[in-house]
Write a protein that binds this ligand. Structure first.
Ligand SMILES: *Cc1c(COP(=O)(O)O)cnc(C)c1O
Length: 386
């Protein structure tokens, strides 16, 4: 990986992000504990949390191909996978994926770098710059007028007819999920290095933006494995695209969509604009997830602006959703009830809160400045009183 992506040198070839100390997000009534950001908005190669799952799955596919074609030489070194011989083999294969943008970036860029063909089926909300960036990397981008579920289905069908095609299935993939889960042990090491305890006296709260549920679900699966009941994990979804919440509330209706309950799936959080949850993630979260918060889109921009002006961090709207998590915990009756029901009231000053910012590194400056301008206005309106 280091050979293909020199920017990974800082982490010895690993794709990892920093754990940053930050102030509490705006608008909290009596916040308690210490706040952190897990800076996946700056993950290299893909510029979002999708670097974790997407690259893991493509590397697993390529490793299997390499064994099948005898490309891994005697010393077991994977450097031979960057050889002309290996590339001639990989060129025959095509990796495909359906995406609202960021998963496509992750899968497309790593596939192209390894010499595979890559096709990304983009749903209607995908941003133009994400499509352009992929095309500049030699990836085929197919654009759909339908939503994310339709783009995934189109990609799945096309790949099923081609014996050389491999489809990364965001709604069902265990390999993607496993790639995300690795984040938990990395976070554990980072907390350890900073002498931050997670135990019965020091609860850990984690807030993650949720689309189909695979990325945050994988991370939470890992966190509960590592920290057990001391980790309290919350998803955050847009009010009009709260597919995970809707599926959790309707276990009897498998595959229920946000349209079924009158939501329109319109949100500026393109990474979260998903009409139906991953059932794999739902199954894994039933016994592990502490709760789900939803927020109106204006908060995305207000928080995006606050992250820039208070912390100097550049995130995309989807990632800013994490900041609504602590407001749901501290400012709502349900949040307070959760604290009381779990006996956390007396130890809340010892808590650590992690806002998982999931994307933003590659947002073009023009686009980002529009977000900021919009955020400056709504930030005043929303938080002026508090
Ligand atoms: C994809 C994505 C998410 C959510 O991941 P899901 O697996 O769809 O739940 C959150 N934030 C950003 C920026 C994303 O790209």
């Amino acid at each position: 990986m280091l050979k293909l992506f020199p920017e990974l040198v800082e982490h010895d070839g690993l794709i990892e992000s920093d754990l940053l100390s930050v102030g509490a997000p705006p608008g909290l009534h009596q916040p308690q504990g210490t706040f952190w950001i897990k800076a996946d908005h700056a993950l290299p190669i893909a510029g979002s949390i999708k670097a974790r799952g997407g690259i893991h799955e493509v590397l697993e596919f390529v490793e299997n191909l390499a064994y099948k074609h005898g490309l891994i030489v005697d010393d077991g070194s994977y450097l031979s996978l960057d050889s002309a011989k290996a590339k001639a083999v990989f060129r025959q294969y095509k990796v495909a994926v359906g995406s609202t943008g960021n998963l496509g970036l992750s899968i497309g860029i790593i596939s192209a770098a390894l010499g595979l063909q890559a096709t990304v089926h983009m749903s209607v909300e995908a941003k133009q710059w994400k499509k352009s960036r992929l095309r500049a990397n030699g990836v085929t981008v197919l654009e759909y007028t339908g939503d994310y579920a339709q783009a995934v289905e189109a990609g799945r069908l096309e790949a099923a007819e081609d014996p050389y095609a491999y489809f990364v299935d965001d709604e069902k993939s265990v390999s993607l999920f496993a790639g995300y889960a690795v984040a938990a042990s990395r976070l554990q090491q980072q907390l350890h290095k900073k002498n931050i305890p997670v135990d019965a006296q020091h609860p850990l709260f984690v807030y993650l933006p949720c689309g189909v549920g695979g990325a945050p679900g994988g991370v939470v699966y890992g966190l509960k494995h590592v920290f057990g009941k001391h980790a309290h994990c919350f998803f955050v979804e847009p009010q009009q695209s709260s597919c995970f919440l809707v599926q959790m509330q309707h276990p009897e209706h498998e595959g229920i969509s946000v349209y079924d309950v009158g939501q329109n799936n319109q949100t500026e959080a393109d990474g979260l604009a998903v009409p139906a949850a991953s059932l794999l993630a739902i199954d894994a979260m039933r016994s592990r997830l502490s709760g789900i918060a939803t927020m109106a889109d204006e908060y995305l921009f207000a928080d995006l602006y606050a992250l820039q002006s208070n912390e100097g961090l550049k995130v995309e709207p989807s990632a800013a959703a994490a900041c609504s998590g602590p407001r749901a915990l501290f400012n709502t009756t349900q949040g307070r009830q959760y604290i009381e029901a779990n006996g956390l009231g007396d130890i809340l000053d010892n808590a650590n809160h992690i806002l998982w910012t999931t994307g933003g590194l590659f947002v073009p400056p023009d686009e980002y400045h529009e977000y900021l301008a919009r955020g400056a206005t709504v930030n005043q309106q929303i938080f002026a009183a508090s």
